[in-house]
Structure formats: C-alpha cells, structure tokens
Design a protein around this ligand. Structure first.
Ligand code: PLP
Length: 427
C-alpha cells in the first residue's frame, strides 16, 4: 500500500472534504523552497506551507539549533520554571516588536495566540473593575479556528455550524480603497457607544479573506480612534509578521502602536508549532495584584517548548541577516514587475501586492472556497510543479525568502497559464 493510501485509512486532514478529496501528496523531503514527493515529483512551495516557512525547508542552521536544544532540554513545565531558550527568545522578540510591547506570553499556534489576546483584553477590563462586553473586528477577517478566534472571524461557511455558540462581535467593513471613510465612521460610532473592550485586526492584509489589502494610513486612523476612546488594540500579525509585508511587522508602517500583538507561523520560521502574544506595560500592569483571582489563568502543556523557542531564535538569526533582507527586497521587486505585466491580461480583475505577498484575482465569479475553478487552478498548479492554494478565484504567492529568481519566475509562469485556463484558452 502506498503512503497516500495508508494515510487515507487513518488520517482526517484539516480543511479537507474527506469523501471527495484526492489522495494526499506524499512529501518525503524538503530543501529550500522545494518539496519532494515519494513518487519523484518536485514542487515549489509558493505558499510557504500555509504561510509558515521563511527560510526554506529543512534549513541546516535551524536543524542544528533544534538538535542541540533537543539534546539539552526538550521540555519543562513553564509555571514556576523557566529555561534559557524562552527567556532569550522573548528578549529578542521584544527588541524587534513594535514600540511599547513589554511581555511575551507563549502558546502553541496562531489561534491560541489570538485566544490569549482576547482573554487578556476581556480580563484587563474586569481586573480594573469596569467590565466591557464588546470586541470590534473586521467583517471578513480570519483569526483562527478556536472558539474565541472564530467569534472574531467572518461569519463564513467555515464557522457556520458554530454561529449560535460564538459571542457577539461588532463588525466593521474592511477599509479597502474607496471605503476608508465608511469604516472610520463605523468604528467611530461604535467607539462613541462605549462598552468596547478591544479592536482586533489583521494589519494591512487579510489573508484568508483573499489577501485583501488596505492602507496603513487608514489603519493608523482606526488605531488612533481606539486609543482616544480607551479601547485596547490587538494586531494579529500571525501571517504578516517577520518580514512578509516588507517590514519586520506590518505594524511598523503605523505611527500608532497596538497594545497586544499575536504571533505564530513565521515565529519559528515554519519549523515548530509555537504561538506568542505580546502585551504592553499597561495591559501587563492590570494583572499585577495581591488578589490572586486577577491572575491570567491560561496556559498549555507545551507552553514555551524549549525546542520551539530554539527554532524561533535560529529563525530570527537568519531573518536579521543582510542576505535575507536583500532576498525580501528582491522578491518585492520581482513581484512588482510581474504585477504590472499580469494586470494587463484579460480575465485579471485585480492584482494586489504588499511586500512579499502577491495576489492575483481573476474575474470569474466563482469566488467560493468550494468552487470548481479553485480545484481546477490548484490541480493546474500542481501539474506544473507549483504549490499554490487558490482562495476561490484568487491566487496568491507568499514564498519562503530563499526562493530563487528562477523558481519565482516558474511560479509566475504557472499563474500566466492559470490566466489562460480561466479565459478558456487552455484546458
Ligand atoms: N490569525 C491569522 C491572521 C491567520 O492567518 C491565521 C491562520 O491562517 C491564524 C490567526 C490562525 O493560526 P493557526 O492556523 O496557527 O491556528
């Protein structure tokens, strides 16, 4: 029996309709931006394996640091105990995080990083003796799959079975070009109404919504309004963190800084499952009390896993290297040139770019995640040896920074071919 068939007998995959899904692609090795399958095929990982991989697969430096940590200390309870990897990683994160962040709270993935931020925000107000009931979020956002994260995410097909179990959220429209004023008005009205604990947002790029982009200027305005009305702000940088938008964090484009930042995905360069929520001094201080009931009662068995923290430290070393920064600049430039070219083609509705993230939206009306077009485009990419996971009629690239110029050109060539598929020139 092949690996894929054995998988099919025992595994339930995420975001996969197991009844109709094709057998999964068995990947046995990765190197740089490439994935190698059991049957000898090679794929360019143009989506960095769900946006996590920064420096390429099986990176020797990260592997070495992870191995060293594994041989020294693999895990220890993180309540009442600590270890060098967690402390050093937190110190280094705080050096690069947006101004004002002063504490790191570790968790295990992006959803839990969001969950922690929401709990911090709600309890912050409880601890002050002025409980607040509402959270503001963007209508089309995606913040994860746990219940709190689902509550502040779009009421989409993904969350439909759970709607009646999710707490109520005040949604505002995403301030895409031309709609900025409307969103500002909506947020101002909510802020004036009071009772708002926090505003959570994906800064500059809403990933799962289809790499929807909006300007730093309007976000700056929204954060400023929140600050004027004493509303906590939570930047969900799970996708945008660690260079994706061209700067280390998307929040770096703003004058007004958030009270909390959620991190995961690129946090370990795509090597280990780790999440982190950073908090400002103001937030942290609200939890310091003689009254023990004001403690943040949250934690996971694997909180601050030393091996994950070692991977994070190694990834940070690589990120801050001059060569990586040059790669980020090169990818941005290459994207820009391609964006100009593809924008002019028929059936291309819009091309969006923010840093190393590029999205091409086709005109075809089939925008749904479940559309046939999505499946066709995905299969076409795989046939060309390029892993691209369309979001409905939107194709996006969010590559590992080590992707070569030639590999990126092959990804573009595949997207050109997709344009022909959409326009019916290619079957
Ligand atoms: N927040 C954002 C902005 C995301 O894009 C995601 C995942 O795509 C999450 C949170 C959830 O992260 P995870 O899948 O690690 O739980």
């Amino acid at each position: 029996m092949s690996l894929a068939e054995r998988d099919h007998n025992v595994i339930w995959h995420p975001y996969t309709q197991m009844k109709t899904a094709a057998l999964p692609v068995p990947i046995v090795r990765g190197e740089g931006a490439l994935l190698f399958s059991e049957d000898g095929r090679t794929y360019i990982d143009a989506v960095a394996s769900w946006w996590v991989n920064l420096h390429g697969h099986a990176h020797p430096y990260i592997a070495q640091k992870v191995a060293e940590q594994l041989h020294t200390l693999e895990h220890v309870i993180f309540a009442g105990f600590t270890h060098p990897a967690a402390v050093t990683f937190a110190e280094r994160l705080l050096q690069i995080l947006p101004r004002g962040q002063c504490r790191i709270f570790y968790s295990d993935n992006g959803s839990t990083a969001v969950e922690v931020a929401l709990k911090m925000a709600i309890q912050y107000w409880n601890n002050q003796g002025t409980p607040k009931k509402k959270i503001i979020a963007f209508r089309d956002s995606y913040h994860g799959d746990t219940f709190g994260a689902m509550a502040v995410s779009a009421r989409s097909a993904f969350t439909a079975p759970f709607w009646s179990f999710l707490f109520e959220v005040a949604f505002v429209d995403v301030p895409v070009s031309g709609k900025e004023e409307e969103t500002v008005k909506q947020l101002e009205a909510l802020a004036r109404g009071g009772d708002i604990a926090a505003f959570i947002y994906e800064p500059l790029v809403l990933g799962t919504a289809g790499m929807v982009m909006y300007s730093p200027q309007v976000l700056d305005q929204l954060v400023e309004i929140c600050q004027q009305h004493d509303i906590l702000t939570i930047a969900d940088e799970v996708m945008t963190g660690f260079g994706r938008t061209g700067r280390t964090f998307a929040s770096d484009y703003l004058q007004h800084k958030p009270d909390m930042v959620c991190l995961s995905k690129g946090l370990t360069g795509g090597t280990m499952a780790l999440g982190a929520t950073s908090a400002s001094e103001k937030v942290y201080q609200a939890f310091l009390h003689d009254d023990k009931s004001k403690t943040l009662f949250h934690g996971h068995s694997y909180t601050a896993n030393p091996v994950a923290c070692a991977a994070g430290l190694a990834s940070l070393d690589l990120l801050l290297k001059e060569e990586t920064q040059q790669d980020i600049a090169r990818i941005q430039q290459q994207h820009k040139t391609f964006a100009q070219e593809i924008q002019a083609l028929s059936h291309v509705k819009e091309v969006r770019q923010q840093g190393t993230i590029l999205a091409v939206e086709f005109e075809d009306g089939a925008t749904s995640y479940f559309s046939d077009l999505r499946d066709t485009l995905y299969s076409y990419g795989m046939d060309q040896g390029v892993l691209l996971r369309p979001l409905g009629n939107i194709i996006y690239i969010i590559p590992p920074y080590c992707i070569t110029k030639a590999q990126l050109e092959q990804v573009y060539q595949t997207i050109r071919g997709m344009q022909e598929v959409v326009s019916g020139q290619k079957q």
